[in-house]
Design a protein around this ligand. Structure first.
Ligand code: F6R
Length: 596
């Protein structure tokens, strides 16, 4: 995700900000910039690497400033879209992390009032709102500006005539570093560890005024808040992982936020009938590789169930070489990186065949966006662990949204049905939170997998692909041979491989395949395979046939792949960890596969 740093103190702000930005690089970014108050307010920002920015920047003198690393979500990576943003008078600068949901309406209103915008971003409305509300007190202006804003933010602002910066937080992290005669504000402690280990964490709804020797925190009602600082004992490397042992675990735990962000504006667009596509399609083809292919398989179930449209799924590496027949289906290309060579080639092939194309990707400005007619961006934020986790569950969100959009267009679902499902989707971050609360139980349950040479993952129906994904996660990070199987296929071959040394992970939720799945698990038990079952809370029948059970909250069966996926991610993670594997960088694998 984007990174923020702000400084007030006796040092040259430029040095502190550039150092902080370098330390925030690990979060992923596509552009960076800083603003410093000296004799005037100066901004330097650009697309690309911080090293490039710092080498092209003149020496700027000044002791107050803000810096930002941007991961594009609204507007492509470019110099104009990089932070900080200035108001029309060039006297105030703002950096922001998060999403301003009502930015289009605010932008229109501000333009009508005479404000001139220079970027495509949602953030820029903030600086114009500050300008509008500024009457000599930047903090008061910030509080007024935020009253007009719907969305999430960590925001920091400075003014050319000020010695203090102001900040606010809602659902995006913000922390103050307390120094001696100097203070820092940042999106995470990595940016400040060089200067101080005393941290004040800012809570949702709070605002801050920060100068070189004073920090004041205000609550929602404007009352000052007293908070004792925490002492940070982490090293920089620990801090980058937010206290988690691996990026993968951190990213697994970021899923409630990633899902929330990916749904935010999209559910409003669904409601207003402007989401993703504007034409109904007679058929759908989903094309992808690896984990994204599994999301596509889940997507097929979702689209067929909700919109009743025939849907096929193809591996991108196969599709591009296939003959291709019939009328052009709406071809949806799923690729978290947007750079996978096979998926890009498939997109070109789909267009050559005359198919309308839609890409689902997590990277704004990635190559796939130039190869298709329409793009839907998931908002998982950067993923550093090689194994895809939060980008997968946000792809699932894209599939639910697409399914509902298609159902809406062809009236396969009524307004009330759509409303009911969207309200369940809005609850998803909470359900995932409950799964994550049980991580220690999952950790204990993985003991049976650790010594295994082979593991089978069984599922049916919409959770068959979930178990393919579980098997892929386990093999890539633990180096255990794992296979995902549709449970009904067991007796057609793989049953011959089962014995006491081959554990089976089985997903069993209460849908129309429940009884069959229980019977399949009993077949496995009869071959002495140790069974780790994933089921719904309180399922005594499942617990009776399994050696160990981990459970997820009861959800609508069509949404069950989301919590079940988090469960298989945790299973793979803890198994690999107990085996001492290099989880974030498995051998032979790369985060984006740009060769075919
Ligand atoms: C596995 C994994 C890969 C990718 C695949 C496609 O954890 O991440 O299987 O899913 O290489 O990548 P994208 O989605 O970037 O096209």
């Amino acid at each position: 995700m984007c990174g923020i740093i702000g400084y007030a103190g006796p040092r040259e702000a430029q040095e502190v900000l550039l150092d902080g930005l370098r330390r925030l690089e690990y979060r992923g970014y596509d552009s960076a910039g800083l603003a410093i108050v000296g004799s005037s307010l100066k901004v330097f920002k650009d697309k690309g690497e911080i090293s490039k920015l710092s080498s092209s920047m003149p020496q700027l003198r000044g002791h107050l400033g803000v810096g930002h690393t941007r991961w594009a979500t609204c507007g492509k990576p470019s110099q104009q879209n990089a932070h900080p943003f200035l108001d029309c008078t060039g006297q105030m600068a703002v950096v922001h992390n998060g999403i301003i949901e009502n930015h289009l309406a605010l932008r229109k209103k501000l333009i009508d009032e005479g404000h001139v915008f220079t970027s495509e971003t949602d953030t820029e409305v903030l600086v114009h709102l500050l300008e509008k509300h500024y009457k000599g007190d930047l903090h008061a202006a910030l509080r007024e500006a935020l009253k007009e804003v719907k969305g999430t933010y960590a925001v920091v602002a400075i003014r050319t005539d000020g010695r203090e910066l102001v900040a606010a937080r809602k659902e995006n992290p913000l922390v103050i570093g307390l120094g001696v005669g100097e203070n820092i504000v940042a999106s995470d402690v990595t940016a400040m560890l060089n200067y101080t280990n005393k941290a004040l964490y800012i809570m949702d709804g709070e605002t801050v005024v920060l100068g070189p020797s004073k920090v004041t925190i205000y609550d929602v009602d404007g009352r000052t808040v007293h908070r004792d600082p925490s002492i940070i004992t982490w090293t920089v490397e620990d801090a980058k992982k937010g206290g988690f042992e691996h990026y993968m675990l951190k990213e697994i735990f970021e899923q409630p936020t990633a899902i929330h962000n990916s749904l935010l504006e999209s559910l409003d667009e669904l409601e207003s009938g402007t989401l993703m596509i504007d034409h109904d399609a007679p058929s759908i083809k989903l094309v992808a590789c690896g984990t994204s292919y599994h999301a596509s398989m889940v997507g097929k179930y979702i689209i067929e169930a909700l919109a009743k449209i025939p849907t096929t799924v193809e591996l991108a590496s196969e599709y591009r070489y296939s003959p291709g027949t019939g009328e052009g289906p709406l071809t949806v290309l799923l690729t978290q990186s947007g750079e996978t060579a096979d998926t890009l080639a498939a997109a070109r092939e789909a267009r050559r065949r005359g198919c309308p194309t839609l890409a689902v990707t997590n990277v704004v400005g990635s190559t796939i966006a130039r190869e298709v007619d329409r793009v839907f961006y998931t908002k998982a934020g950067p993923e550093i662990g090689v194994a895809a986790t939060k980008t997968y569950t946000t792809q699932l969100m894209a599939m639910y949204l697409l399914g509902m959009r298609l159902a809406q267009m062809r009236r396969a679902m009524g307004r009330d049905e759509i409303r009911e499902l969207t309200s369940e989707l809005r609850g998803m971050p909470r359900y995932i939170g409950k799964v994550l609360d049980r991580a220690h139980e999952v950790e204990a349950a993985t003991d049976m997998l650790v010594p295994a040479r082979d593991v089978f993952f069984l599922g049916r129906n919409i959770n068959y692909p979930t178990m393919l994904e579980g098997a892929l996660k386990l093999k890539e990070i633990s180096y255990i041979h794992a296979e995902g199987y549709a449970a009904g296929e067991l007796k057609h071959g793989p049953l011959a491989l089962l014995d006491a040394s081959t554990p089976v992970v089985a997903a069993c939720v209460k849908d129309h395949t429940y009884e069959k799945m229980l019977a399949n698990i009993s077949e496995v038990a009869a071959r002495d395979s140790p069974i780790l079952a994933i089921g719904l809370e309180g399922d005594a029948d499942l617990a009776a046939v399994a050696d160990s059970t981990v459970s997820v909250p009861k959800v609508n069966p069509i949404l069950s792949p989301v919590p079940l996926t988090v469960m298989v991610q945790l299973i793979a993670y803890y198994t690999a960890r107990k085996r001492g594997c290099p989880i974030d960088k498995p051998r032979n694998l790369a985060k984006s596969v740009t060769v075919d």
